[in-house]
Design a protein around this ligand. Structure first.
Ligand code: MTE
Length: 362
């Protein structure tokens, strides 16, 4: 297996999902089953062909029994035969096809190219958290079909020398795109491995020229209740959806602005036309359908932290040793196979980002 890095990664499978803070108890039934602890051994071994820490173990390559379980999962969700059949017109609706010509997925960056199986595209694009549409993951795609993602304007402003207003073409063509395969870990304890297309957020920040006083970056999702049926269903939520990062986190090369998924323009349900991807933090930090990026001196408030700071704090780094108040984060459920695997500190990206958090002992 071709690979280049400093660690040997060995593990056995084991794991568990962002639920409404109004819900009590586990967000998903499988978390009720006992967590099987398993070991993730990270051993520094010079001169040995090894994999970078974001690689999944060989055991994550789908064995036949798991393949059948995945087929059952897809069937149960209506993706295979009968039920909610996915026809071409529906797919066309859910994808930002209008800009397909301007979009270029870019070449896959070999530094972020694990040699393991990607998560099933059907699952990754039909099992979504996008509360503006629905809290039912499997309904988001259909409910988002009428969401207008073109034209689009992303404003970049606040404490910066060069405020920007970027249209879709500016985003798609003004920044060289590349593809990166990242692990993605939801706070609800499910995970996937998906190929994002986009560019480092640092490139966009550099164009805006933040001032020295800018210590944080705040992100805002578009708010269009007329197109987003979930908003009226959650009237107590502090809409619009907002998120934030420290400036050093925002500038980190891993932090990505994504416009594509699986080599295609981002599907609406996955945050078209432009979203954030912060792979070492819980998925809710990866805000979708962004219309504003603002540089601030003070830590911005975020939707989830405003709703429940104890369960969804600002930092929200993936950490198996810090349980969610209502469930363990020691392991995670691979979303399309149902396998449980141990959760890794910073979602497997510790070698790259742990230095941002010197107080946490690894
Ligand atoms: N962004 C917005 N605007 N609204 C949301 O509800 N959900 C978050 C995040 N970004 C969310 C959002 C959560 S909880 C997760 S896990 C991821 O999006 C899910 O991304 P996916 O549907 O592409 O897998």
């Amino acid at each position: 297996m071709k690979s280049r890095s400093w660690w040997i990664w060995a593990s056995n499978g084991s794991a568990s999902t962002c639920s409404s803070p109004k819900n009590s108890g586990d967000p998903e039934p499988e978390k009720k089953s006992a967590e099987r602890r398993s070991a993730a051994i990270l051993t520094p071994m010079p001169n040995v062909i090894v994999r970078p820490p974001w690689h999944l173990p060989d055991s994550a390559v789908t064995p036949e029994s798991v393949y059948h379980r995945r087929r059952n999962f897809l069937r149960a969700m209506g993706f295979i035969g009968g039920g909610l059949a996915v026809g071409l017109p529906a797919l066309a609706q859910s994808t930002n096809l209008a800009k397909a010509t301007a979009f270029s997925a870019g070449k896959r960056n070999p530094d972020f190219n694990p040699t393991v199986r990607l998560s099933d595209e059907e699952v990754a694009t039909h099992y979504n958290n996008f509360y503006e549409f629905s809290t039912t993951k499997t309904r988001v795609r259909d409910l988002a079909s009428r969401f207008r993602t073109d034209p689009w304007t992303l404003e970049v402003n606040g404490l910066c020398e060069n405020p920007l207003k970027l249209g879709l073409n500016d985003l798609l063509q003004g920044f060289p795109h590349e593809e990166r395969v990242y692990r993605f870990r939801c706070v609800e304890a499910w995970s996937m491995v998906v190929p994002w297309s986009g560019f480092p957020l640092a490139q966009l920040i550099a164009k805006a020229k933040p001032k020295a006083e800018a210590k944080f970056v705040a992100f805002t999702t578009v708010l269009r209740p007329e197109e987003m049926p979930g908003v009226a269903r959650l009237p107590d939520y502090p809409w619009p959806y907002t998120e934030g990062l420290r400036m050093d986190e925002a500038l980190h090369p891993l932090t990505m602005v994504a416009t594509g998924l699986y080599g295609k323009p981002l599907p609406k349900q996955n945050g078209a036309p432009v979203r954030l991807v912060v792979p070492w933090k819980y998925g809710y930090k990866s805000i979708k359908s962004i219309v504003r990026i603002e540089f601030t001196a003070k830590q911005p408030s975020t939707l989830w932290e405003t709703l429940n700071a104890q369960e969804y704090p600002f930092e929200s780094n993936v950490d198996p040793q810090v349980p969610h108040p209502r469930w363990s984060q020691a392991s995670e459920r691979v979303v399309d196979t149902g396998e449980r695997i141990p959760t890794q500190y910073l979602n497997g990206y510790a070698d790259l980002v742990a230095k941002l958090y010197p107080k946490r002992k690894v």
